[in-house]
Design a protein around this ligand. Structure first.
Ligand code: NDP
Length: 313
C-alpha cells in the first residue's frame, strides 16, 4: 500500500453536477480540492441527451456538454482529478483515508456526491432506445412527447407523479404495473386514477420495447395473470421503478435512511460524521434534478469551508 503523505483539505467523491459545483466553490475558496471522479465520470447527465431546464442555457445543452463545461470551470480554479473509483473510505481517525485501489489519499474533509442510478427493467431493447423514446425522468424529457401516447412503468409515487406530469404533453398516458397492488400513496394514486388522460394496465409487464431502429413505436406487453401477449403502439416509455442511491461504500460508516440514501442534518449537508458532507442525489430521493444537485453541491462546499475554518485546519 502506498500512502501519499500530503493531507488534502477536501476530497470530493463523485463528479455529477453536485460534485462539480462543490469543486468550483471549494477551489475558489482556495481549498485546492481533489476530485475522485470515478470511472463513469459525470453521472446521470452523461446518459441524458438534451437538458432544457438548467438555467443559463437558453437554447438547451446536452448532458455531456454540461458536465464538460462544469468540469473545465472547476479545473480553472485548481481542481485536480483522479478518474478512478474510490474503493474504501476510512473515517476512524483524522486525517480521513480515501482509498483508490492500493493508493491512499489523506484528507481533512470529504464531500460525497456519488449520486443515484435509475433502476431499469433490464431489457436490451430498453437500452437500445434509451433517450430515443425511453427515459427515466419525466421532468427532464416529458416536453419531448407532445401530442403522442406514452407509457409509464411502475406502481409507486414516482410513477403516479410522472404519469400526471406527462398528461401535460401527451395525449394519453398508460400506467403499466406488474400487479394490482400499488406502492403509491393513496392520494397520488387517486389523483392519477381521476386523470382522464391516464389509463391503468395492471398485472402486466413490458416484455419488449418496439421500435423502427430510430425511435420507439410501441411495447410488447405480457399479462402476469393469463400470460397473454399484446402490443401497444406508442412513442415513449418512462421507467419509474425506483432509484438506487450509490452508497455501497458507506454502509456501516454513515447513517443512511431505510432505502439507502445518506441522511443529512435538515437544511444542511452535514452527515453524522464531522467533516463528511453529502450533496446531490445521494442524499435526495425527492427532487433529483441537476440544478438541485448543483445547489446542494454549493451548500456542501460552504459547509465544508466553514467547518474547516472552525477546526483551524
Ligand atoms: P417505489 O419503490 O416506491 O416503487 C417502485 C415501483 O416499481 C413499485 O410499484 C414496484 O412494483 C415497481 N417495480 C420495481 N421493480 C420493477 C421491475 N423490475 N419491473 C416492473 N416494476 C417494478 O419507488 P418510487 O420511485 O416510486 O418512490 C421512491 C420513494 O420516493 C418513495 O418513498 C416515494 O413515496 C417517494 N416519492 C415521493 C413523491 C412525492 O411524495 N411527491 C414523488 C416520488 C417519490 P412492486 O410494488 O410490485 O414491487
Amino acid at each position: 500500500m502506498s500512502e501519499t503523505q500530503k493531507i488534502e483539505n477536501v476530497i470530493i467523491v463523485g463528479s455529477g453536477p453536485a460534485g462539480l459545483t462543490a469543486a468550483v466553490y471549494t477551489a475558489r475558496a482556495n481549498l485546492n480540492p481533489l476530485m475522485i471522479e470515478g470511472e463513469e465520470a459525470g453521472g446521470q447527465l452523461m446518459i441524458t441527451t438534451e437538458v432544457e431546464n438548467f438555467p443559463g442555457f437558453a437554447h438547451g445543452v446536452t448532458g455531456p456538454e454540461l458536465v464538460a463545461v462544469m468540469r473545465k470551470q472547476a479545473e480553472r480554479f485548481g481542481t485536480r482529478y483522479i478518474t478512478r473509483n474510490v474503493t474504501k473510505v476510512d473515517t476512524s481517525s483524522m486525517p480521513y483515508k480515501v482509498h483508490v485501489g492500493n493508493e491512499v489519499h489523506l484528507t481533512k474533509s470529504i464531500i460525497i456526491s456519488t449520486g443515484a442510478s435509475a433502476k431499469y427493467i433490464g431489457l436490451p431493447s430498453e437500452k437500445q432506445y434509451m433517450n430515443r423514446g425511453v427515459s427515466a425522468c419525466a421532468t427532464c424529457d416529458g416536453a419531448f412527447f407532445k401530442n403522442v401516447e406514452v407509457a409509464v412503468v411502475g406502481g409507486g409515487d414516482t410513477a403516479m407523479e410522472e404519469a400526471n406530469f406527462l398528461t401535460r404533453f401527451a395525449t394519453k398516458v398508460y400506467v403499466i404495473h406488474r400487479s394490482e397492488n400499488f406502492k403509491a400513496s393513496k392520494i397520488m394514486l387517486d389523483r392519477a386514477k381521476a386523470n382522464p388522460k391516464i389509463e391503468f394496465i395492471t398485472n402486466t409487464v413490458v416484455e419488449e420495447v418496439l421500435g423502427d431502429g430510430k425511435s420507439v413505436t410501441g411495447l410488447r406487453l405480457k399479462s402476469t395473470t393469463t400470460g397473454d401477449v399484446t402490443t401497444k403502439n406508442l412513442q415513449g416509455l418512462f421507467v419509474a421503478i425506483g432509484h438506487q442511491p450509490n452508497t455501497k461504500l458507506f454502509h456501516g460508516l454513515l447513517e443512511l435512511n431505510e432505502v439507502g440514501y445518506i441522511k443529512t442534518k435538515p437544511g444542511t449537508t452535514y452527515t453524522n460524521i464531522p467533516g463528511v458532507f453529502a450533496a446531490g442525489d445521494v442524499q435526495d430521493a425527492i427532487y433529483r434534478q441537476a440544478i438541485t444537485a448543483a445547489g446542494t453541491g454549493c451548500m456542501a462546499a460552504i459547509d465544508c469551508e466553514r467547518w474547516l475554518e472552525a477546526q483551524h485546519a
